[in-house]
Each structure stands twice: as C-alpha cells, then as structure tokens.
Design a protein around this ligand. Structure first.
Ligand SMILES: NC(=O)C1=CN([C@@H]2O[C@H](COP(=O)(O)OP(=O)(O)OC[C@H]3O[C@@H](n4cnc5c(N)ncnc54)[C@H](OP(=O)(O)O)[C@@H]3O)[C@@H](O)[C@H]2O)C=CC1
Ligand SMILES: O=C(CO)COP(=O)(O)O
Length: 340
C-alpha cells in the first residue's frame, strides 16, 4: 500500500482521496482552509463538499505543502486549471526527479492554450499521468461504478497509477494518447455549457442529441488537428464524459449553462454554482486561440458559446445562427472517402 498526496480538497480531490483510501492507501490531502482541515482530521467530514459522507481514517488533511510533497512520490493535482501553474510553481522547491504527477483537471490554460500536462511539464519537467473520464465526484465518493482512463506518454507510469485507482467500482483503462484525452476532457465542458443552455431554453431531447453529436464532431476535429487520435474521442474521455456532463445534474458546467439559458448574467450564474466551472475559461482559451489560426474548418458551437458568454449575445440568436448556417455534409471525411 502506498502513501499518496492530493493537492486540492475540493469535490474531486476529496472523492479521489476516498477512492484511494478505500483501496488501502494512506492519503495526505493538502488544502488551504484550517476549518476544513480540522473537520477532516477530527470529524472525518469535508463539510463544504460532502457533509453527509464519513471519510476514511486513511485520509489526513494538511495545510503544509512541503510536508505533503515530501511524504510521497505520487502527487495528484486536484485543483482547477487556472491554479495548475501556481501549484506547480509552489511545489517546485520540494520536487525530486522520482515524483510522478497525476493531473486531474479538465481545462486549457488561458493565454497559453496549454493542456494541464504541458503546464506541469513546463514548470516541473516530470512525467505526468492524466486521469479523465465520466467521473462525477458525487457518484465516485459513493462507490457507484464507473470507468476512467489514465493517459501518459510513459506506459509504466500510467500502469502504476492504474493499479492505485482500480477497484470494484472504479475500472481504469490506460491510453497513450495524452493529447486526445486532455482535449476531450477540456472541450466536453464547452459542449456541456451548450447542453445546459439548451435545457435552460426548454428545448427538447432531440436538441440535446443533436448538440452532443455535433459537439463530439467539433471536439474530435479540433483534438485530431492538435495531434490527438480520433478514436480517443469515441472513448470514455470523449463520448463517455460528454454524455454524462451534458445530461447529469451533477455537472457544474451543465447547471451553469441552464442558468445562462434562463437569462442569468455570468456573475449570477457563478454565484448560484459556487464551485469551479471549467468550461467558461476553456471557451475563452480555445476560441481566442482558434480565431488566430488558419484552419479550414469551423468550431461553431464553441464560437456561439463564446459570444453568449463574453459578447452578451442572446442565446436564442445563437441558436438561430447555428441552425441557419449554410448547408453542409455531415462528415467531410466520409464524402471524400466515397468520392461523392
Ligand atoms: N468534481 C468532479 O466531479 C470532477 C472534477 N474534475 C476536475 O477537477 C478539477 C477540480 O475540480 P473540483 O474539485 O470539482 O472543484 P471544486 O470547486 O470542488 O474545488 C476546487 C478546489 O481547488 C482548490 N484550489 C483552488 N486553487 C488552489 C490553489 N492555488 N492551491 C490549492 N488549492 C486550490 C480550492 O480550494 P479552496 O476551497 O481553498 O478555494 C478547492 O478546494 C477541475 O479541473 C475539474 O474539471 C474532474 C473530474 C471530476
Ligand atoms: O468532469 C466531470 C465529470 O466527469 C465534472 O464535470 P463538471 O465540472 O461539469 O461538474
């Protein structure tokens, strides 16, 4: 059994801690809030995120980052993408080349357009394993079955992390396609915002199915262009996570979209969720970067979500603009294959 550190005591950090602790590992959870530390260590509760759940005795909370990093060779990052660089910089003085970082955030850094593993590699120059897939913390912490993926350029490291996480309720696959896995996990949040907006506008099940399918097309095309493998987008970190995020009431991105569809301002929608909503920053990161490129394809759903979120566009107008675009083939590659 291993000692494992998790940085970030939010919903995902706490759920991963419980999963690893249930597998018999000793988990040290680094967080910033004294009261939260007290509650976890003395009352076995993370009162802010999972007040009803009694946490395992194998979990200890700490406010000391150096202690957290020195204790183990395996460090999970469970903070939002906007904090990845800050956390990597903060732990750099305590890092040795034996450490493995497991990145669990789903997003793209604003301004740099870097994936989380790229940020970590840039700051720490260590092997990174990415954990992704349909894994709402609220269900994982209850032990409801799901399947996830660990992706890494280094097969041994991916297998090591797979072994730590595997359980009867958490089945873990490996995938060498780091680029595809990270793009899928980040961009599905943009599509989940769109799915939420459609729900907020009281559209139907057909709408959702069309949006999810065209969303998958959009994220696959962009991810493939960036070097990801197309089939990854049909897997757990693509289709799997897209389905759950676009349909589940656990999804903060979807719930945020619902509020926007219902007519709330961005700040009011944020207040109503009060947790990280990765898709908002990812929409800006992706679309502002995309506009500067000279690609021969469009990302119309991302463009419309960008306009709704950042240019005050009426969601109904965005829907019209999506629906009334010029006629197109469904899948260009099929048309080319059949020489049609
Ligand atoms: N929740 C889920 O179901 C899943 C989430 N993810 C991904 O995990 C990432 C984290 O999300 P999630 O846990 O849900 O978010 P939450 O909003 O629940 O929690 C975020 C946590 O990050 C902490 N944090 C923020 N900045 C820092 C920092 N600089 N140093 C240390 N801690 C920091 C916050 O601490 P504080 O409370 O002190 O502000 C908070 O505990 C996101 O990228 C998300 O997409 C992936 C799979 C599932
Ligand atoms: O990625 C997730 C589940 O797999 C969590 O999605 P939200 O951030 O939308 O809650």
């Amino acid at each position: 059994m291993k000692k494992i550190t998790i940085i970030g005591g939010g919903s995902w950090g706490t759920a991963i801690a419980q999963l690893l602790a249930d597998n018999g590992h000793q988990v040290l959870l680094y967080l910033r809030d004294k009261k939260q530390k007290f509650n976890i260590n003395q009352r076995r509760r993370n009162a802010k995120y999972f007040p009803q759940k009694e946490l395992s005795k194998n979990i200890t909370a700490t406010l000391n980052l150096q202690e957290a990093v020195n204790l183990t060779e395996i460090i999970f990052f469970a903070v939002p993408t906007y904090a990845t660089r800050k956390v990597a910089q903060a732990i750099r003085p305590f890092i040795t080349d034996k450490k493995i970082i497991v990145s669990t955030a789903k997003g793209i850094e604003e301004d740099t357009f870097l994936r989380n593993s790229e940020i970590i590699k840039e700051v720490l120059d260590l092997p990174v394993v990415v954990l992704s897939g349909p894994t709402h913390a609220e269900e994982v912490i209850k032990g409801l079955p799901t399947a996830a993926v660990v992706a890494s350029l280094c097969q041994n490291k991916a297998v090591e992390v797979q072994d730590l996480l595997m359980s009867a309720s958490f089945r873990v696959y490996t995938n060498p396609d780091l680029v595809g896995v990270e793009f899928a996990g980040a961009i599905k949040n943009i599509i989940a915002l769109a799915a939420g907006i459609a729900d907020g506008l009281a559209y139907g099940d057909n709408t959702k199915a069309a949006l999810v399918t065209r969303g998958l097309h959009e994220m696959s095309r962009l991810g493939y262009t960036m070097g990801g493998k197309l089939l990854t987008f049909a897997g757990l970190t693509g289709m799997g996570d897209l389905v759950v995020t676009c349909t589940s009431m656990h999804s903060r991105n979807r719930r945020f979209g619902i509020k926007i569809g219902e007519g709330l301002e961005l700040s009011e929608a944020y207040k109503s969720i009060n947790q990280v909503v990765e898709g908002v920053r990812t929409t800006r990161a992706v679309y502002e970067w995309f506009k500067k490129q000279k690609f021969d394809f469009e990302i119309p759903i991302t463009r419309e979500i960008y306009n709704v979120l950042f240019n005050n566009k009426d969601p109904l107008q965005a829907v019209d603009d999506l629906m009334l675009r010029g006629p197109k083939h469904e899948i260009e590659e099929v048309v080319q294959d059949l020489d049609w």
